[in-house]
Ligand binder design. Sequence first.
Ligand code: S3P
Length: 174
Amino acid sequence: MTTIFLIGFMGAGKTTVGKLLAHSTQKRHLDLDVEIEKKVGQPISQIFSEQGELSFRKIEHESLKKSMDQNAIVSTGGGIVLSASNRALLQEFSSEVIYLKTDPTVFIERLKRDTKNVRPLVTDKSVEEISAIYLPREVLYESCANFTVNTSLYSPKEVVREILAYLNKKEQML
Ligand code: S3P
C-alpha cells in the first residue's frame, strides 16, 4: 500500500496531476484543501480570514496525518512542507513524495489566470512578494521529495507519464 503525495508551490498543478494520476493508478484521489474545507465547512479563504493561518496549519496537519494510510494519491497544499512535523510525516512514512517543480514565472502566470481558487497568501501580492514566499520553500520541497518533475516544461498528462515511468522503474528495482 503506497500513498503518493504531490507537493509543490501554488499553481504547480498538484490537483490536476493528482486527479489524472489517480485515474491511471486506479487509486483514490484526495485533495487536502478540499478535505480541510469539508471538515471545517468553510472555504480556505474564510478559514484564513476568520481563524488565521496558524489555525489553518493545525487543521492541515491533522488532515495530512489522516491521509497517510489511505493508499491514495494526495494533492497537498503548497505550504505543507513549512512544518517540521509534516516533513517528518512525509519522509518517515513508507510513501512516495513527488515534487512538482515549477518556475516562478510560470506559477505566477498560472496564479494570475486562476480566478476560481482564492489563495489568501498570494491575493493582491506583487511578483516580488510571491517570490519571497516561494524561495525559502524551494529547499524544503527538494528535501522531502523522492522524485521531482518540472511541470513548467510538461502538460499535466506528460507529468503523469513521467511519474508513472519513475514508479514503474522503482517497482522493477525492488
Ligand atoms: C497554501 C496553498 C494553498 C492552500 C492555502 C495555503 C500555501 O493550496 O493550502 O491557500 O501556503 O502555499 P494550493 O497549493 O493547492 O493552492
